[in-house]
Design a protein around this ligand. Structure first.
Ligand code: 3EB
Length: 330
């Protein structure tokens, strides 16, 4: 876009951010694309494959048929498995994913601790990669009360498994509840050879400073991550949170508008031009299936032409009805 030059300056010499696109294609074709680092399918209709670059996300999409999501890097990609972790790397980028069946574990705290300790251990064997973006999909995220809510237990376990791994700063992240019959904890990440720049939202208290009422362990994530080459902003799960409080309880449209205001605040905070475009793939996570059509209509009006994948997912605070994450490429 022409106006981008007045804002961020893309840094030459640093690895270009993987291109993220939604594709109406089949898995084999997506994996055969040049520089295919990772491919994602959504819900039970997505295929199964042993390719380490493939992940079938446990969230159903309201888009039928749902597209695949493809990440592409410049350069050759290699991939493999190490214990429970699937990985691929190329072009200065590393994708890693872990899926843990929670049944053998005592609960979401135990499972999150185990999964994050495994990811940390794996990253230690790779040397030097910096985790820039993380996704967490958790079954029954709002089950349980108070500090025993499964999301809050997940936060405790995540922090315990990570230890001081993110002492230099948190990556951008998403944590969303799924409705799959299996209690699978899915975590995947994008890491790079170079550090990004964490971006906070001036309208929101940083998540790691959330007060005690939201749980024993504040969630460790940055609101967004400006990628090393400054050619893209990775946007964390963003909802109708202002300060540290949820707003517009029970009002879907007002929550969506507040969320869009937060997204614009993040773009401004990252010194990016306002607005999203056809190269800005987003996901909208909608709690109630009966709200899906309304969210689709509202987003088509507010974000015309923007590829938005509509997902059935629960925001980690039970009063929040919708959350959006995604990418803004410069
Ligand atoms: C919020 O604003 C919504 O626990 O990793 C968003 C993104 C949220 C990431 C996480 C939680 C997480 O607090 C919740």
């Amino acid at each position: 876009m022409a106006q981008a030059s007045e804002h961020l300056k893309v840094q030459p010499g640093l690895p270009r951010t993987p291109r993220v696109t939604y594709r109406m294609t089949d898995l084999a074709a997506a994996l055969a694309e040049p520089g295919a680092l990772a491919v994602f399918g959504f819900g039970d209709g997505a295929p199964l494959s042993d390719d380490p670059r493939w992940l079938r996300v446990a969230l159903e999409s309201f888009d039928a048929p749902a597209p695949l999501e493809l990440w592409q890097v410049d350069g050759e990609v290699s991939c493999g498995r190490e214990d429970a972790v699937r990985w691929s790397c190329g072009g200065g980028w590393l994708f890693a994913a872990i899926e843990l069946d929670e049944r053998p574990y005592a609960g979401s705290e135990d499972a999150a601790r185990t999964a994050y300790a495994a990811l940390r251990q794996f990253m230690g064997t790779r040397g030097g990669y910096k985790v820039l973006r993380l996704w967490n999909y958790i079954g029954g995220i709002n089950d349980g009360d108070g500090d025993w809510e499964r999301y809050k237990q997940f936060c405790d376990g995540r922090a315990a498994g990570l230890g001081d791994f993110f002492a230099e700063g948190f990556p951008a992240a998403t944590a969303i509840g799924h409705h799959h019959r299996s209690r699978v904890l899915q975590i995947y990440l994008l890491a790079g050879t170079d550090a990004g720049t964490a971006v906070e939202n001036p309208r929101q208290v940083s998540a790691w400073r959330y007060p005690r009422q939201y749980g024993r362990t504040s969630p460790g994530f940055a609101r967004a991550m400006l990628m090393p080459a400054q050619d893209a902003l990775a946007i964390s799960g963003t909802a109708a949170v202002v300060g540290h409080a949820s707003t517009h309880e029970g009002d879907l449209e007002a929550q969506l508008n507040e969320t869009l205001t937060n997204l614009e605040a993040l773009l401004a905070s990252a010194d990016m031009p306002a607005g999203f475009d056809t190269h800005s793939p987003l996901k909208a996570y909608v709690r109630l299936p009966t709200d899906a059509t309304r969210v689709r209509d509202l987003l088509q009006r507010r974000l015309p032409g923007v590829p938005v994948l509509l997902m059935h997912g629960d925001v980690c605070r039970s009063e929040l009805l919708v959350e959006i994450d995604g990418w803004r490429f410069a």
